[in-house]
Design a protein around this ligand. Structure first.
Ligand SMILES: [Zn+2]
Length: 442
């Protein structure tokens, strides 16, 4: 049995009923939060390890509910021709890059992304992987990276027909085999979804086969949905129906399925997503960067869709992501008051609910019995700090503070800004060699 005591902190519990607890301590036993109490009631002699959280805000680890680890190796890549629209971004950059990734590239880009996540207090990530040149066996390598950095992840491979029938067949098998293996393990660290790229690169046969396999396995899908108008145009032209209608017709939607983006969906499609209890995902910085539009977060949530937040690999700082998401709502509606609670709830409330659809364990709240995924941030509130003012502090203060300590499953991954058991220098050095070689092939 190992115990860890975090004392003298200001806790924000999140969960169903967020409470701000000043001068509190939190005892972790074997990776689970055992007790939360005022510091005076919690003697520290009994714990194996003690962290003094004076002057720090103690929060549940952040959740990034849609990202792409592999894109880490695109940072600084200058050979990409200028792209005039979203499809050209895919053709000129991402679809060229993912074909060139070696298995070691997949592994190291995941390591780089996971180290970055630890440094930003993001402890659970839902990844969507593409490496169409080397498909089989890559999810195991990514799993290895997640496990080695101490994080929690849900993984999938993006099945697509864009690179021909063999790559599609391999993508199908990669998902099926990985899902089976993870179901057999039932690990609290790694889960699996069935990955689909996007409706416009998947033909009816491939989709039919994928749905049949996923139904037999009892898992949901993770797919980019109506990210750009081009997805809708393609669907209407080739299938005579809109994207979400087609996904519904084939049986892709449901409470276990994540439809990332949902920018260019109409009212009827929103209703379909809500009726099927499908998960939606907001990815504001990516959408602004690709100039594809701004999702109507308020309306999607009003419709009853469980709409969460990911970064699409633009960052692992989820507070930065939420801030930008809010500004995007304001400018898209020309209204400086719109969307505040909806955007922050997507990150702080909905992401936890989404994770609870895949994990049996309680994650994403500071509560006795929950897994000890905890982040400590330097923060001394200069204005009253309580349940009512909490989200305002997150947006305008905590978001600019640094993550000091990151803990996942009771294990300290970073302490006082120092990574623990992770050799970032070594990882980055090898990643620079591999990415240079990748750029030479690009
Ligand atoms: Zn994405």
């Amino acid at each position: 049995m190992s115990t860890l005591l975090i004392k003298n902190g200001t806790l924000a519990t999140l969960g169903e009923n967020n409470r701000i607890l000043t001068d509190h301590s939190l005892l972790v036993e074997n990776g689970v939060i055992k007790k939360i109490a005022p510091t005076a009631d919690m003697p520290d002699q009994t714990a194996d390890e003690v962290i003094d959280a004076s002057g720090q805000l103690v929060l549940p680890g952040f959740i990034n509910a849609h990202t792409h680890f592999y894109s880490a190796f695109a940072r600084g890549l200058g050979k990409v021709p200028p792209s005039n629209n979203f499809v050209e971004v895919l053709e000129n950059l991402w679809w060229r890059l993912d074909r060139l990734l070696t298995p070691e590239d997949s592994y190291y880009s995941a390591l780089v992304s996971c180290v970055d996540a630890v440094k930003h207090g993001t402890t659970t990530l839902i990844d969507h992987h593409a490496s169409e040149g080397h498909v089989r066996g890559t999810l195991e390598l990514i799993e290895k990276a997640v496990l080695e950095t101490g994080l929690r992840g849900s993984l999938c491979f993006e099945l697509t027909d864009r690179d021909g029938p063999q790559v599609a067949a391999d993508g199908h098998t990669e998902n099926v085999e990985f899902i089976k293996a993870k179901q057999a393990e039932n690990s609290p660290r790694i889960k699996a979804l069935f990955g689909l790229h996007a409706a416009f690169t998947i033909n009816d046969d491939t989709l039919t086969k994928a749905v049949k396999a996923a139904r037999e396995l009892g898992v949901g899908f993770h797919i980019h949905t109506a990210e750009d108008q081009a997805d809708q145009d393609h669907s209407l032209k080739h299938h005579g129906m809109r994207v979400v209608e087609r996904l519904h017709k084939f049986g892709v939607l449901g409470p276990q399925t994540i439809c990332a983006h949902c920018i260019h969906v109409d009212e009827a499609e929103m209703n379909l997503l809500a009726e099927t209890d499908t998960i939606g995902m907001h990815l504001a910085q990516s959408n602004l960067n690709n100039a594809v539009g701004v999702a109507d977060v308020v309306k999607l949530i009003e419709k009853g869709i469980l709409y969460g937040m990911g970064s699409d690999s633009m960052t692992n700082n989820m507070l930065e992501e939420a801030r930008v998401a809010l500004w995007a709502q304001h400018i898209s509606k020309s209204n400086p008051s719109v969307g505040f609670m909806q955007v922050w709830n997507a990150l702080l409330v909905n992401n936890r609910k989404i994770i609870s659809r895949y994990w049996d364990e309680s994650i994403g709240k500071l509560e006795e019995g929950s897994l000890a995924d905890i982040v400590l941030m330097d923060y001394t509130p200069p204005t009253p700090f309580n349940e009512d003012s909490f989200v305002g502090h997150m947006c305008f203060g905590v978001a600019h503070s640094s993550v000091r300590t990151t803990i996942a499953g009771g294990k300290i991954l970073m302490r006082d800004h120092q990574l623990v058991g992770i050799d970032e220098e070594r990882i980055a050095a090898r990643a620079r060699e591999l990415s240079q070689a990748l750029w030479d092939r690009f």
